[in-house]
Design a protein around this ligand. Structure first.
Ligand SMILES: NC(=O)C1=CN([C@@H]2O[C@H](COP(=O)(O)OP(=O)(O)OC[C@H]3O[C@@H](n4cnc5c(N)ncnc54)[C@H](OP(=O)(O)O)[C@@H]3O)[C@@H](O)[C@H]2O)[C@H](O)CC1
Ligand code: K
Length: 239
């Protein structure tokens, strides 16, 4: 299924509009985004064979989607762990929820060796959720994220990217001039949120899902993108 894409600038203004004129709160949108991610993971890598899932959560809202997904994955029968790059106290409540669900939470602020710690965690998990950066990312990756991505590439583990493969330019994709080519992550699953971003045309993996089932027809028309038919009660549709 080929859908119209939503560029980085448009995605950011849509996000603002959803949380102003459209009356949504960030918590609501993030809950649905995180639930979509968890469903996509379940459909592709079910817990029977991929019990241990590591969520790498970045400092922005893409990371918040990962924190929400971790809670849903636990309820779906997985053993999730989270490595979280904290920037502010914005997601304190999500952290509390992870603690009360007994989900191991590793904080970048507690680590003396972020890159080494993540490498070890990656090797002891069956699949990895890349919730590091989404539509507000501008390449190139700063340290230590560049090393984290190189470690992830070298691991060969299945990677599920949330909204954007981390490190790619949202509009230009993985071959943009600013991107060192040994830092190009190729995930096996991409979960685009709201609408695919322009870079998603370069996605080579087998499973591209759209999630974020919270868009009205009127808003989709205003921003010039498509809302496909989601099957039944699903929070994701495979593109
Ligand atoms: N409407 C929706 O579909 C919703 C989407 N959601 C998710 O939110 C993200 C976008 O979240 P946002 O907080 O705007 O930004 P990101 O998480 O993508 O990234 C922000 C952080 O990225 C840092 N950054 C930027 N460039 C670099 C770089 N080259 N190296 C390292 N770090 C970088 C930036 O740091 P600064 O210091 O530059 O400020 C930020 O810390 C979207 O993609 C969806 O996943 C929500 O769930 C709501 C609904
Ligand atoms: K991502």
């Amino acid at each position: 299924m080929s859908l119209r894409v939503l560029g980085a600038k448009a995605a950011a203004s849509l996000d603002k509009e959803l949380m102003s004129t459209q009356g949504f709160s960030l918590d609501q949108l993030m809950e649905l985004a995180g639930l979509s991610v968890a469903q996509a993971v379940y459909k592709t890598y079910p817990p029977k064979s991929y019990k241990k899932v590591l969520i790498l959560s970045g400092p922005g809202n893409n990371g918040g989607d990962g924190l929400v997904a971790a809670r849903h994955l636990k309820l779906m029968g997985y053993h999730p762990s989270v490595f979280y790059f904290i920037k502010s106290a914005k997601f304190e409540k999500l952290e509390i929820q992870l603690h009360s669900f007994g989900i191991p939470l590793y904080l970048s602020t507690d680590s003396q060796d972020v890159v080494g710690d993540i490498k070890r965690l990656v090797m002891s998990h069956d699949s990895i959720i890349d919730a590091l950066f989404g539509f507000s990312f501008r390449p190139p990756l700063r340290d230590p994220y560049n090393q984290v991505i190189k470690g992830l590439i070298a691991s060969g583990k299945p990677v599920i990217s949330v909204d954007m493969p981390t490190g790619w330019d949202v509009d230009e994709g993985p071959r943009a001039a600013a991107i060192p080519q040994d830092e190009v992550l190729e995930p096996s699953v991409l979960v685009s949120l709201t609408a695919p971003k322009p870079a998603s045309v370069y996605f080579k993996g087998k499973y591209h899902y759209l999630g974020g089932r919270f868009i009205s027809e009127a808003i989709a028309q205003k921003y010039n993108f498509d809302v496909p038919q989601y099957p039944d009660l699903d929070q994701v549709v495979r593109l």
